[in-house]
Design a protein around this ligand. Sequence first.
Ligand code: FE2
Length: 422
Amino acid sequence: MTPRHVLAALLAVCIMTIGWSDTEPTSAETEATPSRTSLFPAGPRPDQVVLSWAGDPRSSVSIQWRSNGPGGQVLYLPADAVNPFLAPRPPLVARAETTRIADAGLTNYPFTYWHTARLTKLRPGTRYTYVVGDPQSGCWSAPRTFRTAPARTEPFSFLYLGDAQYGFSRWAALLRAAYRHRPDAAFALMAGDLVTRGNDRDDWDDFLTHGSDVLSQLPVVPTIGNHECKGGSPRMYLQTFDLPRGGAPGLEPERCYTLNYGNVLFVVLDSMSPPDSQTAWLDQALGNSSARWKFVMFHHPPYSSREDRDNKELREAWVPVFDKHHVDIVFCGHDHAYMRTYPMRGGQRVASPAEGTIYMVSVAGTKMYEQADRDYMEARFTDTIVYSVIEILPQIAQAPERLGLKTFDLDGQLRDEFSIIK
Ligand SMILES: [Fe+2]
């Protein structure tokens, strides 16, 4: 593909709607009578672009997006802020795998295509520019960038956001504020309940349409909440994100997984599956890791905001494993408020993070719950959407190895902070 060809493709970026070029929906897909109109119908131009990782963040990234046609490609180059179409050398090309998604209930949008491209053999610590699209339709996205993880341990930061669920305009404003504040953030943890109706296309369209300007540049590291499982299996969640496999045996792939970034291990658990289905695997994942920092994320907090929101079974299964391997922080959601515990070990408050684990709950969407005072809470508030920035600083010269966490509201006000020194 020559630059002239790709430039021609860029000029052909469509804004008009074309007719369905693929086969019509099957009879099974048309059994329901169309009864609702989507606010976010798919068109020929790619949208809802979202990044995640299924492989090593040093050498790979997964890019997913939507369009109303079956073809999908990524054009990319290791170059900062350069449009791959205009680069002096041809861009690299990755072909997407495409899934056809039908929703017979929609009058204006009965089916769409969800494209997944895995870019591999990337250079570590490198910013890439990319576009997604379809050479046949000539419709391409605007250029976006992402950065691979560095090969060696370096300082880095990441974001942590609690439940979005609904109120996506406000949630997206928070996400944009977080990204503007820390464009260097490597990724965003999202602690479940990303949407309300987990198997409703409209909710995911709302979430992705609002979030894509950031999520097309900032990989998301998500977990499953109870709302992802509305209607049974978290089918749309699993379809939406391309995530690491190799989770607990017996559990559907991608429901729980590990991710290594720099000197940090993340273990992402599925608190909607029985805790015992993951306890042995969790023990192994933490025990086999030599990472300096160990974090775990799942939706339901072991230390909750109110007595009537307790998750005893999960606490009894997993907290002894966190204690055994000295997990530094557990990131949760579900309680629609903000809460940070004192360092905890064996269910008791301990003197310092060197002795125990800090448990957090956060919220990024507009649904809010009341809190009660519990003796394990060191920081708490509600009725405020927030994001947290976690900075990981390896030992440099005389400075100690350190973690800093700061939590900000939508106005940029600092609402909580703490640090851990190793
Ligand atoms: Fe929840």
